[in-house]
Design a binder for this molecule. Structure first.
Ligand SMILES: C[S@@+](CC[C@H](N)C(=O)[O-])C[C@H]1O[C@@H](n2cnc3c(N)ncnc32)[C@H](O)[C@@H]1O
Length: 219
């Protein structure tokens, strides 16, 4: 996996340095040519941090609307659909979305190509549950700062947002993708109308990766 991760960091840097912080995603998926091993975040199963949380919180969809931001190859969206949510899952990469549709031909998930910065008006305040995992951390700080209000805006009144990301302390550097987030910058969700319900800071089981898993609610 290491060569793929290094190649990904290099590709991301190349695009970010030329002022195109999103172009590398489509390039990476397209270059992968259907081989998930070329996509470093593609576990081809639900994110363990999400699965644990869904089970612990006894989450049930009950027909509520959920949206997955930057859905990648779709496993987390499928997990939410299995729990009974009506799921929309979007990604900026057309190749990723086509890949989801090929992987899950009978899915109830509505997979859509969309840019977080230009989501349809009808999505604003439209979702009972919003999931963002590993997408903010793939954006450089200045882009992330602009992305936070866009994610927050999707949450309906009484709806929830779950963020899963790499975490770091404010005095640690974040120079390459993935850029771990700080607790301080996540506070921006509160400035965008959400209440923090729970902030978990832990090391993922079996890895040295520090994670933040944060739940917010719009009251
Ligand atoms: C690091 S990957 C994580 C994918 C998925 N959430 C997962 O955990 O496997 C980040 C994803 O966000 C997507 N993405 C990046 N910028 C985006 C944007 N502005 N709008 C929508 N999707 C975006 C990328 O194409 C990529 O699939």
């Amino acid at each position: 996996m290491e060569p793929i991760r290094n190649k990904t960091k290099q590709l991301a840097k190349e695009f970010i340095d030329k002022g195109d912080p999103f172009g590398w995603f489509e390039r990476l998926y397209d270059d992968a040519n259907g081989d998930e091993k070329a996509v470093p975040w593609a576990d081809m199963t639900v994110n363990l941090n999400l699965a644990e949380w869904l089970e612990r919180e006894r989450i049930r969809g009950e027909g509520n609307r959920a949206i997955v931001v930057g859905c990648g190859l779709g496993d987390d969206a499928e997990a939410l659909a299995q729990l009974g949510f009506e799921v929309t899952a979007f990604d900026i990469s057309p190749t990723a979305i086509a890949w989801c549709q090929t992987r899950f031909p009978d899915s109830t998930v509505s997979y859509q190509v969309a840019d977080l910065f230009e989501t349809p008006m009808t999505w604003q305040g439209g979702f009972d549950f919003v999931l963002e995992s590993y997408t903010l951390q793939a954006m450089p700080k200045e882009v992330r700062d602009r992305a936070v209000p866009k994610v927050a805006a999707l949450v309906k009144t009484n709806g929830s947002l779950l963020i899963i990301c790499r975490g770091r302390s404010a005095n640690e550097l974040a120079e390459t993708v993935p850029f771990p987030l700080t607790r301080e910058e996540l506070n921006a969700f509160q400035a965008n109308g959400l209440d923090e319900v729970e902030f978990e800071d832990y090391f993922e089981t079996g890895t040295s990766a520090r994670r933040f898993r944060v739940t917010y609610r719009r009251s």
